[in-house]
Design a protein around this ligand. Structure first.
Ligand code: NDP
Length: 280
C-alpha cells in the first residue's frame, strides 16, 4: 500500500515555521499584511475568505478585509486595488474569484501590483515563473511542490505527467516541475490515450475536476500520485480526480482527498505574504 502524503501535517509544520518567522519580524516592528477582497455573495467564496482570514490570524499576519456588494463596478474595484497597491501596511493583495459578470477579471488581476500579487496570477509573475526566476508563485501548485519535497521526491530526470492545463494549477505546476529538472508531459481534454500517458509517469499530478477519472490501474507501480482535484459527490462526500483505493494499491505514495493538497493552498498564501513582507 502507498504511503500517505499527509497535507494536513505538512501544512501544520509550515504554518508553525511561518508563525515563528512572523514573530521574529515583529521584533523589527514589521507585521506582514494581507488584503482580502471579496465582491458579492458567492457562498463558497465567503467560506474561502473566512478560512483565509482565520489562517492569517492564527500565524500573526494582519488581514484587512474588503467585502464589497455584488453590484460594485469595475472602476470602484480598480480604485480599491490602486489604494491597496500604495498601502504600506499591505504586502499581499488577494481578490477572491470568481468576480461578478460586470467586472473584467483579467483587468483586475493585472491591476494588482506584481510586488503584492500574493496569488501569483499577474502575467509578470507568470512570466517570471516560466523563465525560472519566480517572485510570487501560485499557491496550489506551490503547495504541490512543497509536498513533493517534504515527501522526499527528487524530480530530477523523472517523468512527470500533469493532467489539466488551467492557468491556476496545471500550467504553473508543469513549469515548476520542469524547473526541478523533470521531463514533463502536460495533458488535457484533447490528449489521446491518457491511460498510456499516465502509465509512463513516475509522478502523476491530477488537476482535472472530474471525480476519480484517473483509474488506479493506469498508475505505474511505485509512482507518486498528487491529487489536486476536489469533487463533491452526493451530499457530503469529497473525492479527488484519482481512484484513490485502486491507485494506492500500486503507488509508492499518494495524497488523500480531503487532507492532501487542500490544506497546502492557504498555507502557501501565508508563506507568500510573509516572503513579500521580508522583501520589503
Ligand atoms: P479547470 O476546470 O480550470 O481545468 C481542468 C483541466 O482539466 C482543463 O485543462 C481540462 O482540459 C482538463 N480536463 C477536463 N476533462 C479532461 C479529461 N477527460 N481528460 C483530460 N483532461 C481533462 O480546473 P482547475 O485547474 O481550476 O481545477 C482542477 C481541480 O482541482 C478541480 O477539482 C478543483 O476543484 C481542484 N482545485 C483544488 C484546489 C485546492 O486547493 N486543493 C485549488 C484549485 C483547484 P481543457 O483545457 O482541454 O479543457
Amino acid at each position: 500500500m502507498a504511503k500517505i502524503i499527509d497535507g494536513k501535517a505538512i501544512a501544520a509544520k509550515i504554518r508553525g515555521e511561518i508563525t515563528a518567522e512572523v514573530a521574529k519580524l515583529a521584533t523589527q516592528g514589521i507585521t506582514p499584511g494581507l488584503a482580502v477582497v471579496l465582491v458579492g455573495e458567492d457562498p463558497a467564496s465567503k467560506v474561502y475568505v473566512s478560512m483565509k482570514e482565520k489562517a492569517c490570524k492564527d500565524v500573526g499576519i494582519f488581514s484587512d478585509e474588503y467585502k464589497l456588494p455584488a453590484e460594485t463596478t469595475e472602476e470602484e474595484l480598480l480604485q480599491l486595488i490602486n489604494k491597496l497597491n500604495k498601502d504600506r501596511k499591505i504586502h499581499g493583495i488577494l481578490v477572491q474569484l470568481p468576480l461578478p459578470k460586470q467586472i473584467n477579471t483579467e483587468k483586475v488581476l493585472e491591476a494588482i501590483s506584481p510586488e503584492k500579487d500574493a496569488d501569483g496570477f499577474h502575467p509578470y509573475n507568470v512570466g517570471r515563473l516560466v523563465i525560472g526566476k519566480p517572485l510570487f508563485q501560485p499557491c496550489t501548485p506551490y503547495g504541490v511542490m512543497v509536498m513533493l519535497k517534504e515527501a522526499g521526491v527528487d524530480l530530477a530526470g523523472k517523468e512527470v505527467v500533469v493532467v489539466g492545463r488551467s492557468n491556476i494549477v496545471g500550467k504553473p505546476v508543469a513549469f515548476m516541475c520542469l524547473q526541478q529538472n523533470a521531463t514533463v508531459t502536460l495533458c488535457h481534454s484533447k490528449t489521446r490515450d491518457l491511460a498510456a500517458k499516465v502509465a509512463m509517469a513516475d509522478v502523476v499530478i491530477a488537476a482535472v475536476g472530474q471525480p476519480e477519472m484517473i483509474k488506479g490501474a493506469w498508475i505505474k507501480k511505485g509512482a507518486v500520485v498528487i491529487d489536486v482535484g476536489v469533487n463533491r459527490v452526493g451530499e457530503k462526500k469529497l473525492v479527488g480526480d484519482v481512484e484513490f483505493e485502486a491507485a494506492s494499491a500500486r503507488a509508492a505514495a499518494i495524497t488523500p482527498v480531503p487532507g492532501g493538497v487542500g490544506p497546502m493552498t492557504i498555507t502557501m498564501l501565508l508563506y507568500n505574504t510573509l516572503q513579500s513582507a521580508k522583501r520589503r
